[in-house]
Ligand binder design. Structure first.
Ligand SMILES: [Zn+2]
Length: 289
């Protein structure tokens, strides 16, 4: 059985016997034979645990929170893209859908826009020369996660745009937003995901354009995300245009940000590697501190 902790062991010829096994049963006999045959046993040094193995042991003991909605044909989407269509994949020669009973397998044929469900918008979504989703560096897909909570402001003003002032107030309590992080805006809009008409309301709680610019230029964050289908409520989509044209990606329609602390978590966000892809449903999750 694989063990992350290396155990002290005795090397008997080509056989490695754990030291604690030498005291009983077959292990004891093997050790005795070994001592006679080789004139003694060589004690193998304890293998130090690699820093990656130690990091994995740490991570695997943490709580994970899914930041992704399940999506289907009825999920909220911008009217201009239309609803997804999902149907059983069929044999193109016969038109017959594959079934487990008949073919031993089944598959789904998806017809939908890339910007569907919880999704990634790569820079190329808004920029002719921007990075496509297959070229976003892998190291930008696991980042420290900062969650800004807009919900206290929404009690007084339900469509509040999270301002630089709000951000500075957050920093007073939590410290400076670290460079290189992913910053998500919590609004609890995600709780309306199952009610598409309500979810797609406009106006809605969002980012203020100035805050988006401030986070990227003054704090050096890598990416941002939010619960709504748009970054801000401006007619010309100022925030989304600006951040994508400045080489950053965003995640839209995020879920469960109310279950993640303001700082200290990590986000892992992944998507399929569509060649020259302009956006796709993403899978994002947080690893809690
Ligand atoms: Zn989008």
């Amino acid at each position: 059985m694989f063990s992350l902790r290396a155990q002290p062991a005795i090397l008997c010829g080509s056989v490695l016997v754990p030291m604690r096994a030498c005291s009983k049963g077959i292990g004891a006999i093997l050790c005795a034979v070994c001592a006679l045959a080789w004139g003694g046993c060589v004690v193998a040094p304890r293998q130090p645990e690699s820093d990656l193995a130690a990091a994995y042991r740490t991570l695997s003991g943490k709580r994970f929170v899914d930041l992704t909605h399940s999506f289907g044909p009825d999920s909220p989407v911008w009217w201009g893209f239309g609803q997804a269509k999902l149907r059983p994949a069929a044999n193109p020669r016969t038109g017959e859908p594959y079934t487990i009973a008949k073919d031993g397998f089944r598959a789904t044929y998806y017809e939908m826009v890339g910007q569907y469900g919880t999704h990634v918008d790569p820079p190329a979504h808004f920029s002719r020369t921007g990075t496509t989703m297959d070229r976003i560096p892998l190291k930008q897909m696991i980042l420290p996660l900062v969650v800004l909570d807009s919900t206290p402001y929404l009690k007084k003003e339900p469509n509040h745009a999270f301002s630089v002032r709000d951000l500075l107030a957050w920093e007073k309590n939590n410290g400076r937003v670290p460079a290189g992080s992913f910053v998500a805006l919590r609004t609890d809009m995600s709780k309306d995901w199952g009610n598409p008409q309500k979810f797609k309301r406009s106006p809605f709680p969002a980012w203020a354009f100035e805050t988006i610019k401030f986070l990227y230029t003054e704090r050096g964050v890598v990416a941002t995300g939010h619960e709504s289908l748009d970054t801000d409520t401006s007619e010309k989509l100022l925030s989304e245009t600006w951040l994508l044209k400045h080489g950053h990606y965003q995640i839209e329609a995020m879920a469960n940000l109310d279950k993640v602390p303001a700082k200290g978590a990590l986000i892992v966000v992944t998507w399929p590697k569509v060649k020259n892809g302009l956006g796709f449903p993403a899978r994002a999750f947080a690893i809690l501190p």
